[in-house]
Design a protein around this ligand. Structure first.
Ligand code: DC
Length: 221
């Protein structure tokens, strides 16, 4: 519904966006859209089908037939199979970033993303939620943090999941991914018009959530 409120939260990876968006959604009782997961699932499905990751038409053509669901608690399923861990490996970081640069894929995912907007409201998290997918959103946020802080957050996340990683490699990969996300010709990563920027480098997750909730209250809900 076009008058259903939308809060967009964009920014590069490891700014805490995902956790922050899900806490804001929970606090408001809103639905949550993790748009990055859509690109990740498409990348996984393309790899499994043996489709070339440069073949935008083939990947976009596959999208309508995929049954992607978010059953809650950050889980993601593809055709009823839980792919939450599979879509978050280093390989899928890289593959999703390539798939996300394909105009046909971004186009086919537009109506899918619009479909998440339903009462009482939506928190949409990603890179172009405020600029492209929900440009009319009343509240738009753009989170940032230094690359070093983001790499060390990602490092801890991987260790927590029992996965090995090297901090210098993570920093290098993260910079490369930022460059690709910022320089692609379609929907490059940058703050939307009217977006409120929050540098999360020195803030806790709770402090960022509080800032978002406060801005929303100041703006009249
Ligand atoms: O947020 P994430 O790391 O799960 O996103 C995976 C990839 O998809 C990442 O390279 C950025 C891209 N992405 C995008 O281009 N647009 C979005 N709205 C969300 C993610």
């Amino acid at each position: 519904m076009s008058n259903t409120p939308v809060i967009t939260i964009d920014g590069p990876s490891a700014t805490g966006k995902g956790t922050i968006a899900s806490l804001v959604a929970k606090e408001l009782g809103y639905r949550l859209l993790d748009s990055g997961a859509l690109y990740r699932v498409l990348a996984l499905a393309a790899c499994e089908e043996g489709i070339d990751l440069e073949d935008g038409a083939a990947i976009a053509g596959m999208a309508p037939g995929l049954k992607i669901e978010f059953p809650g608690n950050g889980r993601v399923s593809l055709g009823g199979r839980d792919v939450s861990s599979e879509i978050r490996t280093g390989t899928m970081d890289e593959s999703a970033s390539r798939v996300a640069a394909l105009p046909e894929v971004r186009q086919v995912l537009l109506p899918v993303q619009h479909g998440f907007r339903s009462p009482p409201g939506l928190v949409a998290e990603g890179r172009d939620m405020g600029a492209v997918v929900f440009p009319g959103a009343k509240y738009k946020f753009f989170l940032t943090a230094s690359p070093e802080i983001r790499a060390s957050r990602r490092y801890r996340q991987l260790l927590d999941r029992g996965l090995g990683a090297r901090l210098p490699d993570l920093l290098r990969d993260l910079r490369a991914r930022d460059r690709r996300d910022e320089q692609r010709s379609i929907s490059p990563l940058r703050p939307a018009d009217r977006a409120i920027e929050i540098d999360t480098s020195q803030l806790t997750i709770v402090q960022v959530v509080d800032q978002i909730m406060q801005k929303r209250r100041q703006g009249g809900g």
